[in-house]
Write a protein that binds this ligand. Sequence first.
Ligand code: C2E
Ligand code: MG
Ligand code: MG
Length: 246
Amino acid sequence: YQPKYNLETGEVFGAEALVRWELPERGLVFPSDFIPIAEETSLIIEIGEWVLDKVCEDFRFWQRSVSSPGRVSVNLSLRQLRQAQFIKRVKSIMRGHEVSPTSLELEITETTLMENPQRTIKLLDELYGLGLHLAIDDFGTGYSSLSALQQFPISTLKIDKSFVRNVVTNPEDATLVDTIIQMGRNLNMDVVAEGVEDEAQLNFLQSLGCTYAQGLLFGDPMSSDNFLELLSAQADGTDSYRALFA
Ligand code: C2E
Ligand code: MG
Ligand code: MG
């Protein structure tokens, strides 16, 4: 889990689930090494369901200790979205764990969304109707149709980390990031900056009015237990990252 921070209050407002595969002989395998291969077969459907199931299980576990773990996001692949039973499966997993859809957010990359916008709108409307939040991931790397953007029931825009990387030093990246933040705001979306690695980037994003951020500045993605510790520390007022926002 990678925590997401509210840049105005310094509070953790949830996390993004990032899948890892631990192999006894090889150690940790990252999603970039197995998701693209899984996407070529129906394995991605099983992996996707496993991830959602695990997230719901962890969420219930956190809820026993902290009243509001925030909103947890799960990444989706195009093939999952296209699966005929997708909505039924998502509903059944959430119901099985008694997790409210409003606690979850599904992240779909801009490229996936724009693959066939007309077909996707209907599906997104159904997911939104269940109460799920929807986010556009890696925004800025694809080719968005502005009219599709306006029609999608999307509540969150995630600025791709490639723009955040040089936001302080490269005026063109700064202009792009500023434009995305303004556009998100005008479309009534939450804007999350991905890949924040240092304080200079954090301060710059704050000055542009970006509301949320995640990245290595706040540490590596963590286990479910460690995320619960972070939430508990926050509830006690001892979250060590709070100082960054002072
Ligand atoms: P993403 O959803 O855009 O996730 C952000 C990636 O950036 C993650 O890589 C994260 O670990 C990494 N990251 C976070 N903060 C920083 C930072 O400050 N600097 C840099 N350089 N990188 C940072 P990760 O975990 O290797 O995941 C890569 C991609 O794999 C994800 O990109 C997502 O598209 C996909 N993915 C991850 N988990 C799942 C999953 O459960 N299902 C599916 N379908 N895809 C997944
Ligand atoms: Mg993501
Ligand atoms: Mg991303």
